[in-house]
Each structure stands twice: as structure tokens, then as C-alpha cells.
Design a protein around this ligand. Structure first.
Ligand code: HEC
Length: 164
């Protein structure tokens, strides 16, 4: 009797699952790193994160404060938002004493990276409270997968022993 899930497949399957569950946070970390570089190079002359207003507003907490799609547009094409008389953009313009943010030369990847970086600085603020909530699903799923595979392994393994 062969039960489809032989020992030959259990080890690679476990490996793949572990890689998948670990990859997500690592990828986020890499994006945050290049995002930090972009931030230093392009944005830091006008923005701080938590050190107060420069030319533009302090960006601490901005990814929580603003809607994701609006934030992407504000960073990629701030001039268009003002052109469209977006109320929030006009308000920010007023607060910045009519200094407009120039549209930065940034790729879509760079944009995603810089937003990931802004997000990661907000997670730092959570470290004292505990593990960033974003990691909890990964941790729980990994644990469940490990327990599940162990159980399957034990059951299938036992059957094999019986056959022999
Ligand atoms: C030359 C100065 C300058 C540079 C460079 C600059 N900004 Fe701005 N930024 C501003 C000003 C001024 C405002 C407010 C007025 C406006 O929106 O035009 C602003 C507004 C913003 C806002 C909205 C803040 C809020 O409270 O909603 C975000 C987000 C932002 N900038 C992100 C960035 C990012 C990310 C970069 C780098 C890719 C960058 N900025 C580069 C000057 C700048």
C-alpha cells in the first residue's frame, strides 16, 4: 500500500513551506533597505521622520495617516494632486507656505521601496509593544504548518512501519 505522501516528498515539502513563510518578511526588509537609501538621497533634504518639519511635513506615521493610493500619488505626482485641487494636497501646500513638492524622479519600484521604508519606521515604534502585528500571521501559520506536517509525518510513518 502506498499512501501518496511518501517520506521522499515530506522533507522537500517542508523546506518549500519554510522558505515561503520566511521569504515574505525578508523581502520586505530588503525593500525597506533600498527605500532608506532613496529616502536619504531624494527626500531627506525636505523631510524628516519624527524630527519635525523641514521644507515639507514630518513624515512620521504618514503611511498610517494617509490612504495608500493617495500616498503613492502624493509621492509620485504631487503636482497633479494640486492641479486637481485635491483638498488634502491644497491643505498641505498651505501649511508648507506655498512651497510645492517637486515630483521626484523615482521608478515604481523605488516608490514601493520608499513607502516600505516609511512603513518600517512606523513598525520600529511598535517594537517596544511586542512583535510587529504584521509578523504574527507568518509566525502562526509557520507553527500550524509545522504541527500539521509533524502529525501527517507521524501518521504516514506509522502506516509504513505496519506494512513492513
Ligand atoms: C524640495 C523639497 C521636497 C522633496 C525633495 C520631497 N518633498 Fe515631499 N513634500 C514637500 C512639501 C513642500 C510638501 C507639502 C506640500 C506639497 O504637497 O506640495 C510635501 C509633502 C509630502 C507628503 C505628504 C505628507 C502628509 O502629511 O501627507 C509626503 C508623503 C511626501 N512629501 C513624501 C516625500 C517623499 C517620499 C520624497 C522623496 C521621494 C519627497 N517627499 C521629496 C517637499 C519635498
Amino acid at each position: 500500500m502506498t499512501t501518496g505522501f511518501s517520506i521522499r516528498w515530506r522533507v522537500p515539502a517542508l523546506g518549500v513551506l519554510m522558505i515561503v513563510t520566511w521569504l515574505a518578511p525578508i523581502k520586505l526588509g530588503i525593500a525597506a533597505e533600498t527605500g532608506q537609501q532613496i529616502f536619504q538621497d531624494i527626500c531627506a533634504p525636505c523631510h524628516t521622520i519624527g524630527k519635525g518639519k523641514l521644507v515639507g511635513p514630518d513624515l512620521a506615521g504618514v503611511t498610517a495617516r494617509r490612504e495608500a493610493n493617495w500616498l503613492r500619488r502624493q509621492i509620485k505626482e504631487p503636482d497633479k494632486l494640486i492641479e486637481e485641487k485635491d483638498p488634502l494636497a491644497l491643505q498641505l501646500l498651505k501649511e508648507a507656505e506655498d512651497v510645492e513638492m517637486p515630483p521626484p524622479e523615482i521608478s515604481d519600484e523605488g516608490l514601493a521601496a520608499v513607502i516600505a521604508y516609511l512603513k518600517s519606521t512606523e513598525q520600529l515604534a511598535n517594537v517596544e509593544v511586542g512583535l510587529p502585528s504584521q509578523y504574527m500571521p507568518t509566525v502562526i501559520i509557520s507553527l500550524l504548518v509545522l504541527i500539521g506536517l509533524t502529525l501527517i509525518g507521524l501518521i504516514v510513518g506509522k502506516k509504513k512501519v505496519d506494512v513492513r
